[in-house]
Each structure stands twice: as structure tokens, then as C-alpha cells.
Design a protein around this ligand. Structure first.
Ligand code: HEM
Length: 460
């Protein structure tokens, strides 16, 4: 195993690892933790690792990530092997369209609250009935949380939601399970195709890929037939309008691109939010004092607290910020970025086309920032002496810079409505025999919580 320490010569420090595979075998189950350790023990905030044939730049800690992603926003704005969100014209045009259109449809705004609430009510009805059927054996939340998150995106994209028996939902569960199982987590050339490539490349998931294509294609076709260009209902209608306007003008708005976009919205927005909510329930149930304080704050806001109440709920906000910190949904920034030009960072020369991983976990577990107990779940750290909530930009689960998450505000609203409503409406605890002693979770592209079951009942 070769290790290179950088000097003042401008040579990036790093590890080459083993022949052929590079550092893969050294990274273990929790790559984010190993990379953070390498950073603090010897290599510093910025280093490279070799993965197969690629050298990958790894950024650790708040300063390095902010400097690289915010101060050089366009130089690190590429994605490794991404079709939809490629760098350059396509990405810029498509991202701008997505932000404006989804924003116009209410994404991240309070006006969209009633749709999120409808989805929560569906989840609550299923949960209530399953809790009473299963008794002390309890209920596994996973597919309910996925459906809640997927249907919120679905109402924006297709102006339509689905129930758990629909083949679209069955497909989605299978699709996401397959992604969980993929052996390599980073879209590094030669190791794994990007999410969108699942649509076209035979990988582990041929059957769900073709099902995805046919389901999304059918929904787009239905939109074509029923749409009124003067009254767009959703993201697909808005996209078809732009496609029509730009026809014949060498535009990046094509039907193929629309299908990539839809897949990426579902992939980026479903499991990330569902995992965050699953972690939130588990962490609150494992910490009875937190649960008691949260419940006591919620008492004043009835059964369905609203987004307008949020400012008056410091403890709830502290719990949310601590969940985002403590169990970062995308510890290594989901899909690796890529440099689009040669650049200089912290005195080192970094070449164009180099994959870049931002280790968000290292920001959230920095022993200095989060002293004295970075590895403890403690919402109180986000409150001042008078109990006021302290927002902290060292909590960055959505990343930063030109390619940070476009669903950030929507996701925060989803998580807020979910946490406040579930603990206001239900009395929950871990099911009999379910102790969940290991709270590390499974780290893949995302950090998945361990399996657990809850028992309880609706509050009267
Ligand atoms: C708790 C929930 C979520 C978390 C933790 C999360 C986190 C992230 C992160 C870390 C990135 C990578 C940013 C970067 O490279 O710097 C990202 C990208 C992205 N997210 Fe989210 N996300 C969440 C929910 C959502 C939702 C609900 C949507 C759907 C509207 C969404 C859509 C996207 C898209 C489209 C990108 C790619 C942006 C680009 O490449 O320009 N995300 N997200």
C-alpha cells in the first residue's frame, strides 16, 4: 500500500492503495469514517485516493468543503458520469428550469403544505391500522416512509399520487432496494454507472430499469394527450411546454432528458428524505428524555403543527438539526462531483476531470466543532442558555455551492411535518424484543438506519 505525503511542492498528498483496486479494500463499511480518520491523522483536509483507475479528490472538514464548493463553484460543478445533470450547458439550463418550475409549483414553500399534509394523513391511516393489527410485534416503517416521500415528489412531477399496491410503488421499492445493494458507492469511472445510467445500461437491475422506463414513459404520454399548454398542471407539463417552444433550436430539452430528470428527482428525493425520517423516529425513541421534551413542546400546537408554528418550536428545530448532523443522510454527497477545469486549491494543483468527494460526515463529526461529545445525539447543543434555537451552517446535509441539493427546502418541510405530526398523533415505542444496540447504520450511497419496528397506538 503506497501513501504519499504532500509537501510544499504543490503535490497533492494521498493514497494509492493496492494494485488494480486501489483503496477500495481499505475503506471498510463506513468509508466516511475511514476518510475522516485519514484526514485527521495524516493526510490533512484535502487528499486523493486511488479507486480502480481513477484518482479521486477527497475534501474533509468545513473549511476545505466551503472553499472548494463555494469559492470555486463552477470549477467543481461537474458530476461523474451523469447524463441528466452533466456539467456545462445541459446541467445549467436543466437545473435552472427545475428550480424555477418546482419553485413555481410550490416546492419548499408554505403553500405546498396541504399536499405534504395529505401524504402524512395517508401514512398515519396505514400506520394506525398496522399498529392495531400487529400489537407488540410492531411495524416496520420503511415502505410507508418511502411512499410518503415519493408521493410528495409525484404530486409535483405528475400531479398524481399512488397507493401502496400500485405497480409504480412496487417498482420504486424494488428499484431503491437494488441501489441499496450495489457494492460500490461512488460513481467512479470503471466501477459503477450513474443513477441515470440504470435506465439504459444493463447492470444489476435490468428488470426494474425497463419497468421504470415503461412506467415513466406511460405517464409522460398520458400528459401529452391531456395537457393544456396554457394551464400546466405539473413539472411534466411545464417541461413539455419548453420542449415545444425550443423545438428545432438545438435545445437540451428533449423527452429523453425529461425521463432522466424524473428518475433523478425520484432517486435524489425519495430515499434521502425517507432515511432522515426513519433516523429521526429511531433516535427519538432511543432517547426517552428527548422524546419527553419534544412531546412537551408539541403539546401547545395541537395534533397537526404547521410550518408557520416552526419558528415557535426551538426544541423541535434542535432535534431536526441534530438528526441532520448526527446521521447525515448522504455522508459522501450522494454522487461524486467532477472538476470541469484545472484549478488550484489550498496551494495544490488539481487537474480537470478529477472526481471529487465532499465528506459531509467529517463536518458533522468534527471533534472541535462538536465538543465535548460529537458522537452523542444531543439536540441541546443547538440551543442557547435561554433555550433559543441556534441555526448552524456547520450542519450541511444538503451540501453547499452551485450543485447543492435543489430539494433542500422541500425536504426540510417534509421532515418537519413528519416529526411534529407523528409525535403529536401517536404514542410510539420500540416493539417488544427490538433493542437496536448498534446505531451505526449501513453506509452505501446513503446512510441507512438499522432495521427496527415500532409498537403503539394513535392518541385520543
Ligand atoms: C433529507 C433529504 C435530502 C438530503 C439529505 C439531500 C441531500 C443532497 C445532497 C448531499 C446532494 C448533492 C449535492 C452536491 O453535490 O453538492 C443532493 C443533490 C440533489 N438533490 Fe437532494 N437531498 C434531499 C432531498 C431532496 C429532494 C426532496 C429532492 C427533490 C426535489 C432532491 C433533489 C436533488 C437533486 C435534483 C440534486 C442534484 C442537484 C445537482 O446536481 O445540481 N433532494 N441532495
Amino acid at each position: 500500500v503506497r501513501v504519499r505525503h504532500g509537501g510544499t511542492s504543490g503535490t497533492l498528498p494521498g493514497k494509492d492503495g493496492f494494485p488494480i483496486v486501489g483503496c477500495f479494500p481499505m475503506l471498510g463499511k463506513h468509508k466516511e469514517k475511514v476518510l475522516m480518520k485519514w484526514s485527521t491523522s495524516s493526510l490533512g483536509p484535502m487528499f486523493y485516493i486511488r479507486l480502480g483507475t481513477s484518482k479521486v479528490l477527497v475534501l474533509n472538514g468545513y473549511d476545505a468543503i466551503k472553499e472548494a464548493l463555494e469559492q470555486k463553484p463552477l470549477a467543481i460543478a461537474g458530476r461523474v458520469e451523469s447524463k441528466f445533470l452533466d456539467n456545462g450547458l445541459i446541467w445549467k439550463e436543466q437545473r435552472k428550469f427545475g428550480q424555477t418550475t418546482l419553485g413555481g409549483l410550490g416546492m419548499g414553500k408554505q403553500s405546498f403544505q396541504s399536499k405534504i399534509r395529505d401524504e402524512f394523513n395517508c401514512l398515519a391511516a396505514t400506520l394506525e391500522s398496522e399498529l392495531s393489527i400487529n400489537g407488540p410485534k410492531g411495524v416496520n416503517f420503511t415502505s410507508m416512509l418511502r411512499l410518503y416521500a415519493a408521493n410528495i415528489i409525484s404530486s409535483l412531477v405528475f400531479n398524481q399520487t399512488f397507493d401502496s399496491t400500485c405497480r409504480y410503488v412496487v417498482f420504486l421499492n424494488r428499484f431503491i432496494e437494488n441501489i441499496r445493494l450495489t457494492p460500490c458507492d461512488w460513481q467512479v469511472k470503471g466501477f459503477k454507472p450513474s443513477c441515470s445510467d440504470y435506465m439504459t445500461k444493463p447492470f444489476k437491475m435490468t428488470s426494474s430499469a425497463s419497468l421504470a422506463q415503461s412506467i415513466f414513459q406511460a405517464l409522460v404520454d398520458k400528459h401529452r394527450k391531456s395537457r393544456d399548454p396554457n394551464d400546466p398542471r405539473d413539472f411534466v407539463d411545464c417541461y413539455l411546454n419548453v420542449m415545444e417552444k425550443k423545438q428545432g433550436k438545438n435545445s437540451s430539452f428533449t423527452e429523453k432528458q425529461l425521463l432522466y430528470y424524473i428518475v433523478d428527482l425520484f432517486l435524489a428525493g425519495t430515499e434521502t428524505s425517507a432515511n432522515t425520517n426513519a433516523w429521526a423516529i429511531l433516535l427519538v425513541l432511543k432517547n426517552p428524555q428527548v422524546k419527553a421534551k419534544l412531546r412537551s413542546e408539541l403539546e401547545a400546537f395541537g395534533k397537526s403543527p404547521t410550518l408557520e408554528d416552526e419558528a415557535k418550536m426551538p426544541y423541535t428545530r434542535a432535534v431536526m438539526q441534530e438528526v441532520f448532523r448526527y446521521r447525515t443522510s448522504a455522508p459522501l454527497n450522494i454522487v461524486a462531483r467532477r472538476t470541469t477545469s484545472d484549478l488550484e486549491l489550498k496551494g495544490y494543483k488539481v487537474p480537470a476531470n478529477m472526481p471529487v468527494i465532499a465528506n459531509l460526515w467529517s463536518v458533522h463529526h468534527d471533534p472541535l466543532t462538536w465538543a465535548p461529545y460529537p458522537e452523542t445525539f444531543r439536540p441541546e447543543r443547538h440551543l442557547d442558555g435561554d433555550g433559543n434555537f441556534i441555526p448552524n451552517d456547520h450542519v450541511m446535509p444538503f451540501s453547499v455551492g452551485a450543485r447543492s441539493c435543489i430539494g433542500k427546502n422541500l425536504a426540510k418541510n417534509e421532515v418537519f411535518i413528519f416529526i411534529t405530526s407523528i409525535f403529536s398523533q401517536f404514542d410510539l415505542e420500540l416493539a417488544d424484543g427490538c433493542h437496536v444496540d448498534n446505531m451505526d447504520g449501513d453506509s452505501g450511497m446513503l446512510l441507512h438506519p438499522p432495521e427496527y419496528r415500532v409498537k403503539g397506538s394513535i392518541r385520543v
